[in-house]
Design a protein around this ligand. Structure first.
Ligand code: DAT
Ligand code: MG
Length: 148
């Protein structure tokens, strides 16, 4: 089944939003397949955001991501990449609908609490980068209660 890479950024950790964020994905019915808290090096953050390296905000973005520990996760489920992005909300919290994570918990684009892969391909790349050891293969016994 489809998987996505989700990362709670340093502001989300500092602000005590880890449980709330995990809860939203969990209650939706997605399965948690990987989870760890890590403080990443500058070169690692630059690699994660390599596609944005030419953008004027890149240096600030990297500083932000390395400013404290983050919570890296892999979530699994039908359409989890697109649905995960909907749960997260628009990149700029000013445009994120209430009810989304960024809509409910963020104000500034540079402190937008959470990352989610934007495609199946980037989910694969990001999961390989953040979880080179692999993720868990457990299967939920709730499956028939969530999927018909
Ligand atoms: P998203 O995180 O929604 O996938 P993105 O991949 O375009 O958005 O950008 C990655 C992060 O970079 C984003 O979460 C916040 C920051 N960012 C994006 N555009 C920005 C901008 N115009 N000014 C400042 N920071 C920006
Ligand atoms: Mg992105």
């Amino acid at each position: 089944m489809e998987q996505t890479f989700i990362m709670i950024k340093p502001d989300g950790v500092q602000r005590g939003l880890v449980g709330e964020i995990i809860s939203r994905f969990e209650k939706k019915g997605f399965y948690l397949k990987g989870l760890k808290m890590v403080s990443v090096e500058r070169s690692f953050a630059e690699k994660h955001y390599a596609d944005l390296s030419a953008r004027p905000f890149f240096a600030g973005l990297v500083e932000y991501i390395i400013s404290g520990p983050v919570v890296a996760m892999v979530w699994e489920g039908k359409n989890v990449v697109v649905t995960g992005r909907k749960i997260i909300g628009a990149t700029n919290p000013a445009d994120s609908a209430p009810g989304t994570i960024r809509g409910d918990y963020a104000i500034m684009i540079g402190r937008n609490v959470i990352h989610g892969s934007d495609s199946i391909e980037s989910a694969r790349k990001e999961t390989a980068l953040w979880f080179p050891e692999g993720v868990s293969e457990w299967q939920s016994n709730l499956h028939p209660w969530i999927y018909e």
